[in-house]
Design a protein around this ligand. Structure first.
Ligand code: HEM
Length: 181
């Protein structure tokens, strides 16, 4: 994944837990890259190694790290660095989610080697949407939950998020049920 993703993990750890903890995470991960460059594509394994090391150094489950990282990505990386893209995505949570299938199209201009996720949506009723998530990458189910939670906080619209289908249960993709409460 592009370096911006690894940099965001670094920022999340440094700002919440301090530089010394980040140094421990980096050492534990075995990742030898000294500085991540936002616009350079790195092997996906680096991102997973950093997330696993953060889980072990912080003593929290990997899925908690993934959720935290999803929220951080929206509330810090996207909000602070891509404010215009976020505004163009919609001015409420429902509109934003319905636009997600096209969201990464704009990111290609900055990141031409992007391998983005694929999203589809189903409108069930005024209180409920289904978000379908397709990816060639594994293990990001809770990251996506964190992204949705981050968007819910970004728009200040509380929602319940339920993962109703998953590749972990032999389905071919993930389906999140999002309900306005
Ligand atoms: C505001 C700006 C955003 C930018 C610039 C951006 C850019 C990126 C980049 C660079 C990657 C790494 C993929 C790669 O390097 O091949 C990525 C991955 C991903 N993005 Fe975004 N993104 C943004 C917002 C969002 C939002 C709002 C969502 C959904 C709620 C989202 C969902 C994901 C997911 C799930 C992945 C993991 C890739 C996978 O599942 O295969 N992103 N994005």
């Amino acid at each position: 994944m592009y370096g911006i993703v690894n940099k965001a993990i670094e920022e999340l750890v440094k700002e919440n837990f301090g530089s010394e903890i980040w140094d421990k995470v980096k050492t534990k991960s075995g990742v030898k890259v000294e500085f991540f460059l936002s616009n350079e594509a790195y092997d996906d394994s680096i991102t997973y190694q950093l997330a696993n090391a953060a889980s072990s150094v912080l003593g929290v489950e990997l899925k908690e790290v993934m959720i935290l990282f999803g929220e951080w990505w929206i509330l810090h990386t996207c909000k602070e660095k891509y404010g215009q893209m976020m505004s163009a995505g919609g001015n409420n949570l429902r509109a934003f989610i319905l636009n997600l299938p096209k969201f990464h199209d704009r990111a290609y201009l900055m990141y031409p080697k992007l391998a983005p996720p694929e999203f589809k949506t189903d409108e069930i009723d005024e209180q409920t949407l289904l978000l379908h998530y397709f990816s060639k990458r594994e293990g990001l189910q809770e990251f996506v939950r964190g992204l949705i939670q981050g968007l819910s906080k970004f728009f200040n619209e509380p929602v319940a998020i339920e993962l109703i289908e998953s590749r972990l249960d032999n389905q071919d993709h993930e389906i999140y049920k999002i309900s306005w409460v």
